[in-house]
Ligand binder design. Structure first.
Ligand code: FAD
Length: 412
């Protein structure tokens, strides 16, 4: 079969590889080329150790404090308040104990596939361990009470086989990461945590390998994907059309109107995130560090030290507000007193997010020939290889590796 993939971010690229493994030919449509948007500049965590949806007790605990600070870890731009209301109402609905448990179980399934799928893809492409960094993740807490409040999370992670070492005092944390100050009260260390050398570098490697395997890149923006007799028609925003047997919509945060044209009303929104990449060594950290409750993380990439995060609801059009990054650096300073925050490049990206923190990996309502693979929120890099494999299983009508009902487009 010939499959058109709309979007050449990491999800589109991994889908291309998995489909080519099955002998399909692939055309990737993307106005920007290979993985130039969100996938290129994220924090680089293969965060398979995260098994809780955002709509969790933990987030609700922090939310009142976060929302009163316009530059805090989570903010809604006033002008976007009404537009984000339907998402927020669904986020609220996804926060009942039963719904949190359902999302957690679905996430455990998908995150469980994530790292092995990455390892399979890299091995198949002959890239082996080249792009992976296995130094674990350190999740640091500002107080003993915040640490104690996460005991149930650690227990759940251990239950599903995730190794967690609890560092109960500041001194043991600082033995692992001497650059951290005594502001850190305790930490959870995940020895199995894996990150990448640099998201842009690994995306380029995956993208170039797809082209080398025969994937064709068409630099065009797509306005519609339409089922036609025996196949699918792709219409570009320039009016040009292209026929194929199947299509996968993997346009990240921009997927919503394409799905809506097919009758699937999916409450996709974007959680905008910010980071800065400083010269290598600026932070003095050995491994990725998550600053619990502060809304930012750091990553020692091969190409520099990245720090950032935050969630901002402001839609796809509003200009970035880089004051958010200054606020992140101000919050980071007490943890990293010797860090050098000079220079660096600033960035904002668009997480494609759904209220229950689960992506859509699904057939479309209108046609079995049109698949969806978008909405991976905070975990698109992590879940990309697994999503590609699942999309190929759906395309071939094979048994999928996990139950895809929780990820269905029709669940909303
Ligand atoms: C600050 C930040 C930190 C993050 N850190 C991590 C992390 O550590 N680990 C992790 O797993 N995830 C992380 N994420 C999330 C992750 O980056 C995303 O989930 C992931 O990049 C989504 O990939 P994608 O391919 O769906 O979207 P994108 O990378 O945005 O790709 C979508 C593509 O679709 C194209 N497109 C859009 N509209 C059209 C159209 N009409 N026609 C054709 N093409 C179109 C775009 O040009 C783009 O190339 C982070 C995100 C942010 C913002």
């Amino acid at each position: 079969m010939h499959v058109s993939i709309i979007g050449a971010g990491i999800i589109g690229l991994q889908s291309a590889h998995a489909l080519m493994d099955d002998g399909h030919t692939v055309t990737l449509f993307d106005p920007d080329g290979l993985a130039q948007r969100t996938s290129a500049r994220n924090a680089g965590y293969i965060a398979h150790t995260d098994i809780l949806p955002l709509a969790s007790r933990k987030v609700w605990r922090h939310l009142p404090g976060w929302l009163i600070d316009p530059l805090g870890p989570l903010a809604i731009r006033p002008a976007y308040g009404l537009r984000v209301l339907p998402f927020m109402l669904r986020f609220l609905a996804a926060s009942t104990p039963a719904r949190i448990e359902a999302s957690t179980l679905a996430l455990i399934g998908l995150q469980g596939l994530a790292l092995p799928a990455w390892e399979r893809r890299l091995a198949k492409l002959g890239l082996g361990e080249k792009h992976l960094r296995r130094k674990g993740f350190l999740n640091v807490f500002p107080s003993a009470s915040a640490f104690a409040a996460s005991a149930s999370v650690f227990a759940r992670q251990r239950q599903v086989g995730i190794e967690v070492e609890l560092l109960q005092d500041s001194a043991s944390v600082r033995r692992l990461e001497p650059a951290l100050s005594a502001r850190v009260a305790a930490a959870a260390f995940y020895p199995g945590g894996v990150s990448v050398d640099d998201p842009a570098v690994i995306c380029a490697a995956i993208g170039e390998a797809a082209v080398a395997r025969g994937a064709v890149l068409v630099k065009r923006s797509v306005s519609a994907v339409t089922p036609v007799e025996g196949g699918v028609e792709i219409t570009g925003t320039d009016g040009q059309t292209h026929s194929s047997d199947m299509a996968v919509i993997a346009a990240g945060a921009w997927s919503k109107p394409l799905a809506a044209r097919l009758g699937d009303r999916i409450p996709l929104d974007t959680e905008r995130g910010y980071n800065i990449t400083l010269p290598k060594g600026s932070l003095g950290l050995e491994r990725p560090v998550i600053f619990e409750g502060q809304g930012f993380v750091s990553s020692p990439l091969d190409t520099g030290d990245r720090i950032g995060g935050a969630v901002e609801f402001a839609g796809l059009e509003a200009a970035p507000n880089y004051a958010r990054l200054d606020a992140i650096l101000a919050r980071a300073k007490p943890y990293l007193p010797d860090a050098k925050f000079e220079g660096g490049t600033r960035w904002m990206g668009f997480r494609p997010s759904l209220p229950d923190s689960l992506p859509v990996i699904s057939r479309s309502a209108k046609s079995d020939r049109i698949l969806y693979a978008f909405g991976h929120g905070h975990y698109g890099l992590t879940q990309s290889a697994a999503t590609g494999e699942l999309a190929a299983q759906l395309a071939a009508q094979r048994q999928t590796a996990i139950d895809l009902m929780p990820f269905a487009a029709g669940r909303f």
